[in-house]
Design a protein around this ligand. Structure first.
Ligand SMILES: [Fe+2]
Ligand SMILES: [Fe+2]
Length: 179
């Protein structure tokens, strides 16, 4: 009876992890497409370069997530992929019409959600004893935290931040003190 419960938990957590990674795989596509448009819309060279680097990181994450999914005998969900492709293109196009603050804030908020997603993935992967995959998931989590920090740093003193925070809830992570 007890062993059956453990197996049920194991299978349920494996399914949860597959589902979460399917969402992450599609989410990385949306993020990469949106960032591609975002950096094209930016004027400041340093900001363009950084968002371009972040776009490359999201493509890399997508490949990493695909590897883990394959290992778990999972596959991306085609409808989710299509929906996120459309979403990424839509928000990418918005970058050219909404001004500077909106896309920066939206990106920071998205990265904050990605951080939570990879934290949960890591927790599940640890429980499922997928030790070999943990370093890759940890690296992705650390990278998403860097992204959230960078976008947060861009807008933390912007006059529209209090309004966005009020309606959308996300705040930039605390600034990292430099020596
Ligand atoms: Fe990512
Ligand atoms: Fe990211």
């Amino acid at each position: 009876m007890f062993n059956g419960d453990v197996i049920d938990d194991h299978d349920a957590n494996r399914q949860r992890l597959i589902r979460l990674l399917q969402d992450a795989h599609a989410g990385e596509l949306a993020a990469a497409l949106a960032y591609r448009a975002h950096w094209h819309s930016l004027r400041h060279p340093d900001q363009r370069d950084e968002v371009r680097r972040i776009e490359a990181a999201e493509w890399h994450h997508r490949a990493e997530v695909a590897d883990v999914l394959r290992h778990l005998n999972g596959r991306p969900r085609p409808r989710r992929e299509l929906l996120m492709r459309i979403t990424g293109r839509f928000f990418g196009a918005l970058c050219f019409v909404t001004g500077w603050f909106g896309p920066m804030y939206a990106a920071g908020r998205l990265e904050g959600m990605n951080v939570c997603q990879y934290e949960t993935a890591l927790e599940l992967a640890r429980g499922l004893e997928l030790a070999g995959w943990l370093p890759r998931l940890e690296a992705m989590l650390a990278e998403e935290e860097r992204h959230e920090q960078w976008f947060g740093d861009q807008i933390r003193h912007h006059r529209l931040l209090p309004v966005a925070r009020f309606f959308l809830g996300w705040s930039p992570p605390p600034a990292i003190a430099t020596a």
